[in-house]
Write a protein that binds this ligand. Sequence first.
Ligand code: PEP
Length: 249
Amino acid sequence: MSNAKSLIVGNWKMNGLRADLKEIEAVADSIQQNSFNGDVVICPPATLAALAVDKTVQSPLKIGGQDCHAKEAGAFTGDISAEKWKDLGAEYVIVGHSERREYYREDDKAVRAKSAAVIRAGLTPIICIGESLEERRAGNTLAVVSEQISGSIPEEAKSSPIAIGYEPIWAIGTGLTPSIEEIAEAHSLIRAELEKLLGTSGSTTPILYGGSMKPSNAKEILAIDDVDGGLVGGASLKSKDFLEIIASF
Ligand code: PEP
């Protein structure tokens, strides 16, 4: 465990209807009763976010966005700015998720601009990085991750909080996970790169592991040095699974 704040984030992606808000309420109730030393965040689809904030405002559970536009406002149909997330009551915004990088062709430069926008709005960006299976097989994991760190983290991160989500793309939604040694190696490289880039704040930046985290593997993964929390997709949709992951930390 590093000196960073502990952080568990549920990414609901494009899942969940109003009827599923009860899962968010169950997480909020539970962490209120069994206080967690750190932050627990759920990033529901934008359609549920305002309702989720209303239902959790009295609890320690935080609501986050899954993406944002780099500009503050304007003619960008369908987009949501970081300032809009702030206005809603969100505290975190995921940026550069591999699904955004792949399906919307977001490169490091775009992710950097979005991260800066989140900081500008006074929120914390959760900046996602991670290698593809081809990159891992070619032995390029560490090089890819280093390049994404220097390309995606904005200057503003030297004086404002950010979090990093390390998510090997091939582990997302597949049930596959890297070995404990592989996760430890990647996280310790990320820590060293953050310290190089951000100085002392690099040693307190939370580094989350993401990719098929579930109740059965969370305890072992979350015990690794420099794993400060998790970015959880599928297993965050049901409060029972998500709470088991939180409890195992
Ligand atoms: C994710 O997409 O951020 C993720 C980690 O998904 P899953 O947990 O379902 O692999």
